[in-house]
Design a protein around this ligand. Sequence first.
Ligand code: SAH
Length: 392
Amino acid sequence: MAVLPRVILKRGKEKPVLRGHPWIFSGAVEKMERDLSPGEVAEVYSREGQFLGIGHVNPHSQIIVRILTQKREALEKDFFRERMSRAFLLREKWFQGKVQAYRLINGEGDFLPGLVVDRYGEVFVLQCLTAGMERLKVFLTDLLATDFHPQSIYERSDAATRKEEGLPESRGLLFGKEIPDRIEIEEYGCRFAVNVKGGQKTGFYLDQRENRFSLKRLSQGRRVLDCFSYTGAFAIHAGLGGARDLTLIDSSEDALDMAEVHFQLNHLGDLPHRLIRGDAFEVMRSLEPGYDIIILDPPPFAKKKGHLPSASRGYKDLNLLAFRLLNEEGLLLTFSCSQHMSWDLFQKIVFSAAVDAGRRVQLLGRRGHPVDHPVNLSHPEGEYLRGLGVRS
Ligand code: SAH
């Protein structure tokens, strides 16, 4: 094995690393053996000289090292191949060929910090979110192409986290055939067109797949309001589940244009539906009550811990507005995708909105990520999606 530079931690800072946490913050580092450049591989040691693991270094990031392994092993082809195939097997066993659009590699959650791969059938979308993974881009593309034989691999490394790593945005075709502006996928009987090149995230919110599917069987004869609809994937499930009338709200015109495409693709063009472009808070204030089901799936209000108080007020207002529009015995599916919002706090917020709205509310269930967005238990920061199903 090559001799690697060493990063030495401050006394006591090895504990989370020993328990498998992959992140080392700059404040935990006593010294680096030499100046390390972004993306270099280094060994990490405790102050007492205990070997802790090997990871990617980025001196420009708050998270100065991301540990990839706690063993002494070479971070070469076999290592990545094994991690990728482990990630693939989980999806393959779980979905048994019934789902073709899913997250194939979920960064820290699949023990590959900084690497995300979403799969839309034969098209893979790659995100290198750290300097370490950025350096490996060509290598990883080759490996994915050889082991999984996709038609194309497209890069969407334009997430905000790249900035914190000091990396520029980067997108474009990495391998295979040029891809069309719309890729069609199937999701539990619905057809969706995904704009991998220009859509939000890698084109689609794969993390809500199972929650959308749950909505389908509850929708017969219902009036449904889909707030923060993006391209209307919740609404389409509801429509195919027999909803009587659908209202979608989103601030993005592109997303709503695609939602209309989805109505046509799913032969729901004749179903009464309204697509309202605007700020969901404002639009909801202007709507008349009378919905049987309301979905609230806003973008993250608290991207940083410090934003939590104002984010909490935002979630409270939103849920209060929803309760005012909801019929008696109506169903509210309310989500937070703010990593810093805990289940407990979110539930308290929804409860306090219910109290203010004068509603008696039953909690029916909690809904988080699907299996293709696994969370490494040593890295609870990886959990971000929290949803409550309530009846009022
Ligand atoms: N439920 C969707 C995903 C929603 S993502 C799905 O299953 O596919 C959040 C959406 O909120 C994005 O489409 C974004 O355009 C929209 N958005 C962000 N801020 C908004 C606002 N203030 N009012 C309405 N929509 C907003």
